[in-house]
Design a protein around this ligand. Structure first.
Ligand code: CO
Length: 178
């Protein structure tokens, strides 16, 4: 009887040992991934995806306040052409979004639904269709800590769903409103 129990006990320990080793291996893989992210990803360069379902892949983008220039790449992973499901990526103050969208509608398709020389626009990409991508680079010197910035798409009807918050400086933005 004792022998059976000892055997079961020993097996139990073996299983725990296995689980422990698997855990270590998983931790090891995670640490490698993290190290890779820190070593190779430039936090001042952001890529955001868009698709045929009128969606951006992120509702919030964050860049460190230490960035001088920010580079945003907009990809369109869908199949529909720009005429049907074109997207752009535009950055502005929250309070300016509807004004820019309306001015964009007035400007029309030939201008990519984007008003020309509009001072309210901080940054804007060109319009892309399925399979295309485009990049815009801008300085965050133009941004004020604590103000609310929004990125959005100016294609007709898109900005109600294709929009998100653009944060820079992380916690410093939250603390700026003291
Ligand atoms: Co769009």
């Amino acid at each position: 009887m004792d022998g059976v129990l000892d055997g079961a006990d020993a097996k139990h320990h073996d299983n725990l040992g296995d689980i422990f080793m698997k855990g270590l291996r998983l931790l090891g893989a995670g640490a490698l991934l993290l190290a890779g992210g820190v070593a190779y990803a430039d936090p001042c360069k952001i890529t955001i995806d868009s698709n045929d379902m009128m969606q951006f892949s992120a509702h919030e983008l964050t860049v460190p306040s230490a960035c001088t220039d920010v580079e945003v790449t907009l990809r369109h992973s869908g199949k529909l052409p720009a005429k049907v499901m074109g997207h752009d990526w535009v950055l502005a103050k929250d309070s300016d979004v509807s004004g820019i969208v309306n001015a964009g509608l007035a400007a029309g398709a030939s201008h990519g639904y984007l008003p020309e020389n509009d001072k309210r626009i901080i940054a804007a990409t060109k319009v892309v269709g399925g399979g295309e991508s485009t990049t815009v680079k801008f300085s965050i010197a133009a941004l004020t800590q604590g103000a609310r910035y929004v990125f959005f798409c100016t294609s007709p009807g898109h900005s109600s769903v294709m929009r998100g918050q653009f944060l820079f400086g992380g916690t410093r933005v939250a603390q700026a409103g003291k």
